[in-house]
Design a protein around this ligand. Structure first.
Ligand SMILES: [Zn+2]
Length: 359
């Protein structure tokens, strides 16, 4: 299975039409994911209670991102699923609001620009760690919604995006962080969707800072100018960490002093600390030589195996990895563990900005 390329689905139209096309294409996969959600309700809640809580998140989501809610309604229609259940799949914060589901997460990120890379290009590299069962339902969606720049994102069954880039040269990778200030609000998966629609870096950054968010990821956002930020976020705060000396790494714990107090449990970040420092060392040791091919090797690193950057065991394992070159609008994406995969190259055509944006 690790050798099978992740399928690519191309969709185009209004937000609702895009959603319908995704839902139709991913119907069995989306139905399977929701069935698994039914079976993994937290011990302190019932499915009905989860749906009721989801309605509170929906009110915030609809207020801030009505067009993305339309897209989700389209997915529900296309997949022949109840919208409330599709929306609940976007409310990740609801599934980890107690200590039962904290820790053991994953994803390791590398970023490099300028003198660090072989051609001076801006590059992001990302291992995406999830529960093993999710590898089966991976899909790459190439989405042209309304007048937004076209984007390409990796998704589980069409229900939310994990990483991607768009035709305006905005790149997104990032990490799950467990914060202690999760609240009712805009689900962080809608923030990710907004970042993928960004026409410039400022719009991506504003998405990370949106008011009344329920929680946040550490979103790593970048553009082709080499501007790279690790937006260490929680529900109520955010520290934009700027790339230093042309390299950056991040894993699943807060590293900026202002954000450390939001860490849900600092006694459960050991694996993340090791992956973060290991990634920084690999970047330093390969400074000036970094290329897509070299990133493929670095992401297959096995220090602290099996809970390494190329993660083979634990609650999560690496289900896919991606390398982005934002100057060339190219991506290399591989299913499964980086040490076993075959990367497939993808690309986007450049977006044509509005006339008054051209300099
Ligand atoms: Zn491996």
């Amino acid at each position: 299975m690790a050798q099978d390329p992740i399928p690519v689905i191309q969709v185009k139209g209004t937000y609702r039409q895009v959603g319908q096309q995704i839902g139709e294409a991913m119907r069995p996969q989306a139905q399977r994911v929701l069935k698994e959600m039914h079976e993994s309700v937290p011990p302190f809640a019932t499915w009905e209670e989860m749906l009721e809580k989801g309605k509170l998140f929906l009110a915030h989501g609809r207020m801030v991102y009505p067009h993305f809610i339309e897209e989700l309604e389209g997915i529900a229609e296309g997949a022949n699923l109840p919208f409330e259940e599709v929306f609940l799949s976007q409310c990740e914060g609801l599934w980890e609001s107690a200590t039962w589901n904290i820790g053991g997460g994953g994803c390791t990120d590398f970023a490099a620009r300028g003198q660090a890379t072989v051609h001076g290009h801006t590059m992001l590299a990302h291992t995406n760690d999830l529960r093993p069962v999710m590898e089966r339902d991976l899909v790459i969606l190439k989405v042209q919604a309304e007048q937004d720049p076209e984007f390409m994102g990796v998704s589980i069954a069409g229900l939310g995006f994990s990483a991607g880039f768009n035709a305006a040269g905005i790149g997104l990778t990032g990490n799950d962080v467990s914060s202690n200030d999760i609240r009712v609000g805009v689900p962080r998966l809608l923030i990710v969707r907004e970042i993928l629609a960004a026409r410039r870096l400022g719009e991506a950054m504003n998405a990370c800072l949106v008011h009344q968010r329920a929680s946040n990821y550490n979103n790593i956002i970048a553009d082709a100018n080499g501007e790279i930020y690790s937006m260490e976020g929680s529900a109520t705060d955010c520290e934009p960490i700027y790339i230093e000396k042309d390299i950056m790494a991040h894993a699943n714990h807060y590293i900026s002093p202002p954000m450390r107090r939001y860490e849900a449990d600092r006694n459960r970040i050991g694996g993340s600390v090791i992956r973060h420092h290991r990634a920084m060392r690999l970047l330093r040791e390969n400074f000036g030589k970094l290329s897509p091919e070299l990133f493929m090797e670095l992401m297959a690193d096995h220090a602290n195996y099996p809970e390494s950057i190329c993660k083979h065991a634990g609650r999560t394992i690496t289900v896919f990895s991606v390398i982005l070159n934002l100057n060339e609008l190219r991506a290399w994406i591989g299913r499964g563990r980086p040490c076993q995969t075959t990367y497939v190259e993808h690309s986007l055509d450049a977006w044509d900005p509005p006339a008054d944006w051209k300099v």
